[in-house]
Design a protein around this ligand. Structure first.
Ligand code: ATP
Length: 550
């Protein structure tokens, strides 16, 4: 903002007078206080401190564990005048600083860069030719550029610890940054920010914070935000933002279409304000739970990510095996969830909660809990791990507990639904189950088409040939990027080619034997060569069968 400027920095702590703020209030204050000190030996700063602190200054405190901290740090890091402050912290972009540009966005920048270039397999090394419209780049050129970029990581400049003064919309603002000392190194930093302005009306601080929030949220756009539970050094747990990703298109998850539609419709229906009212009017806890079950690599997690992207919900990941996670910490995590979000509890059967309702976990009681290594662990070690484990009744208490946020969507995934206690599966805890399995012929065709819909000139394709000219209606399951492409630009010959190949590919694979992850793994070896994928598939299936038999 043009009207903003940084006026100076000091390392004075909180107890020192806010000379700059006073100067703004009483022009000439510095000279007056100097006069009092030099000639009358009276330090008027000390007296004024009480007046300033309690009567004529408004202050906002911002804690690092709160997302507002990220808003503010992001805003600060984007203010050119703040970068010019005389005392600053220079740091490389850290992935765990959500306000800094993440590695994910670096990665997406790289994708955009590489989209601007056309690619040529090198006939000889360092063979680069320039055409009138695009640059033809060899891998070596690209790699040299990336390696250079990685060496020179961006440096963030933010105001360092202490006090900094700047003007915001004509108001003098003091920013103080502090860091908790004596904190174990491996638990990271714990900082606080303090924003102060003159006067008892903090309106300008609110405006600043709202502007910071807007900037931060706009930066995320429609990306899916992912949080995970992190243990602090005082053993408490909080949610921290761990990454943001472009939304996964729902159409990229291969699942029976009706089931997928039912899942999405059910979530939409649940999130509708009328449904919320319906629950409240009847005194029913407003929650919804889903169980996604099936063999590993069949798309359970992918569906959850795609649903979060489609509905624009934040995703909170929690692994019940997290070291130190107990019922109390889990309840406080659930209590601090936002009103609308998806919580994903993965591999619920491996968490020591299978069919042990009400039992205290003891060695050998539950084969799923990792047994202590008798050679290296002591009794104390085991006591600690049992104390930290989540029991089935503990989990049920958290799911049902009064502290559990209403409005959240709970998704649990498992490879072994048969191991789960019926108590966990009852309606109210699990309202819909979706079974994931090995690939059918249609699934295989769909997966093949989705892998090759962008090759060469990058034209999307469906297993049934070119999409209808009018395209999907917004909000239907085809919410993905190809739905926005103009139909007339589509490469019909590629569509026809892929449609034929996916039939041959699917015919060569036995149905109900392989997972999507396995087939995807094979196709990744033939990324731009669908014909080669079809040619080699029979042999690959043979090898897979042999490896399973051995
Ligand atoms: N049904 C599917 N549709 C599209 N891709 C899939 C599907 N199933 C698996 N994949 C691909 O396989 C990989 C693993 O998928 P995912 O993590 O969703 O499986 P999962 O069922 O959650 O596995 P696990 O039980 O081991 O957690 C991902 O790269 C995903 O893209």
């Amino acid at each position: 903002m043009a009207s903003n400027e940084t006026l100076g920095s000091s390392i004075a702590d909180a107890s020192s007078p806010d000379t700059a703020l006073l100067e703004a209030l009483v022009p000439g204050y510095r000279i007056i206080s100097h006069f009092f000190m030099s000639y009358l030996k009276i330090d008027i700063n000390g007296y004024l401190q009480i007046l300033i602190g309690d009567l004529i200054i408004s202050t906002a405190e911002i804690r690092m564990e709160d997302e507002v901290f990220n808003y503010m740090m992001y805003w600060i890091s984007r203010q050119s005048h703040m970068k010019r402050t005389s005392r600053f912290l220079a740091s490389l972009k850290f992935k765990h600083d959500p306000w800094a540009d993440s590695d994910d966005s670096d990665f997406e920048d790289e994708l955009e860069d590489s989209d601007d270039e056309s690619w040529d397999e090198p006939k000889s090394r360092n063979n680069t030719t320039t055409t009138t419209t695009t640059t033809t780049t060899t891998f070596d050129d690209y790699w040299a550029k990336m390696m250079n970029r990685d060496k020179f990581k961006s440096i963030n400049f933010t105001p360092s610890e202490g006090s900094h003064y700047f003007r915001y919309r004509g108001h003098l603002i003091k920013l103080r940054r502090t860091e908790e000392q004596n904190r174990p190194h491996n638990f990271g930093r714990n900082e606080r920010l303090w924003l102060s302005c003159l006067g008892k009306n903090p309106e300008i601080l609110r405006q600043l914070l709202l502007e910071a929030q807007k900037a931060y949220i706009e930066r995320d756009g429609n990306r899916t935000l992912i949080y995970r539970a992190k243990r602090d050094y005082d053993r408490s747990f909080t949610w921290i933002r761990c990454m943001s990703r472009s939304p996964r298109p729902m159409s990229s998850v291969i699942l029976n279409r009706a089931q997928k539609q039912e899942f999405v419709d059910d979530m939409r229906e649940y999130l509708h304000p009328k449904t919320r009212r319906w629950y409240f009017d009847r005194g029913i806890p407003y929650r919804r739970g889903y169980l996604l079950h099936g063999p590993p690599g069949t798309g359970k997690t992918s569906l959850c990510f795609a649903a979060a992207g489609l509905l624009g919900l934040k995703l909170y990941l929690l692994n019940l095996k997290t070291n130190g996670l107990d019922e109390e910490s889990m309840s406080s995590l659930f209590a601090s969830l936002p009103r609308r979000c998806i919580v994903l509890l993965e591999d619920i059967d491996t968490a020591g909660i299978t069919k042990t309702r009400g039992k205290t976990v003891t060695p050998g009681d539950n084969p799923v809990i990792p047994a202590p290594n008798t050679e290296t662990s002591t009794e104390d070690d085991f006591d600690e791990s049992s104390k930290d484990s989540i029991t089935l009744s503990g989990l049920l208490n958290v799911i049902d507990g009064v502290a559990a946020s209403e409005g959240r969507i709970l998704v649990m995934t498992t490879n072994h639904p048969d191991k789960l206690d019926p108590a966990l599966l009852r309606p109210g805890r699990v309202d819909m189950s979706i079974s994931f399995g090995y690939m059918s012929e249609n699934d295989i065709k769909e997966l093949f088409a989705s892998m090759y819909r962008f090759i060469g000139s990058d034209r999307p394709c469906t297993p049934n040939g070119p999409r209808q000219a009018n395209g999907p209606v917004r909000g239907e399951l085809e919410n993905d990027e190809d739905s926005t492409r103009e139909p007339e630009k589509r490469d019909v010959s590629l569509d026809a080619r892929i449609s034929n190949l996916c039939v041959s590919f699917a015919q060569a694979i036995p149905t109900g034997e392989l997972t999507a992850a396995e087939i995807q793994g094979y196709l990744l070896n033939h990324k731009d060569q669908p014909e080669a994928a079809v040619a080699g598939v029979a042999q690959w299936v043979e090898e897979m069968r042999n490896s399973r038999e051995n």
